[in-house]
Design a protein around this ligand. Sequence first.
Ligand SMILES: Nc1ncnc2c1ncn2[C@@H]1O[C@H](COP(=O)(O)OP(=O)(O)OP(=O)(O)O)[C@@H](O)[C@H]1O
Length: 254
Amino acid sequence: MSALLEIRGLRKRFGGLAVTDGVDLALEPGARTALIGPNGAGKTTLINLVTGQLLPDAGTVTLDGRDVTRAPTVERVRAGLVRSFQVTRLFPDLSPRDHLALAILQRENRSGRMFGHYERDPALTTEIDALLAGLRLAEIGRRPVAEIAYGQQRLVELAIALALRPRVLLLDEPAAGVPQNETRLIEEALAELPAELAVLMIDHDMDLVFRFAREVVVLAAGRVIFAGPASAVASDRGVREAYLGSYADARAGG
Ligand SMILES: Nc1ncnc2c1ncn2[C@@H]1O[C@H](COP(=O)(O)OP(=O)(O)OP(=O)(O)O)[C@@H](O)[C@H]1O
């Protein structure tokens, strides 16, 4: 199968620091890949380079064969390269339904003026209902986001990302800050993502990473030090030394 997202030789320096130092990474349709590595390894920078929030000094980002290395973020989103929104970007007074209506109108390049009466548009409300039902958010669909549980707010972010009809979904710490008793909701939602969607997830929670990912890419000091099956990462010597040692030892009871 050919790669849907392909990153080749990507480089980015901040001052004297090579934060992205010749990164290669490929995602095929249906990929479930985790991007892990120590604090400051360059994970978020890599995601920002892929989404277009930052431009690289060298290298290429290709989506389905099309070079998008210098394309504006909005163009990449239209082409199906979507990053999950951050909770801080939700509007506290708006409901999940409102957020989804905005996302769909944006996707369809329709005027924001439609927003005032979107509930009267059957195609829109049908789609919103399906997205909310899929993430088990139907019951709180009309409540202001500020009033719903944090775990549900994170699911609203995911619903917004899905409303943009991604082919590649980049998830930056989807369960970060979610109380323990709500993380199951996030995991269930991640497990039920469309099969053909290619997903790249950054997370520090190794239990979540290993339950979700089939492939793991380990970044350290801006370089890929491991890329391969999740089953092989914990026993990789370089990874243990750079990052996973304590986790692997704990799992082994050592
Ligand atoms: N805009 C910037 N200007 C200068 N340095 C930056 C900038 N953004 C990130 N850095 C530096 O680049 C390095 C990598 O940061 P980045 O946030 O990409 O790492 P990370 O792997 O996502 O870390 P974490 O796991 O802590 O989120 C860090 O040393 C950081 O201080």
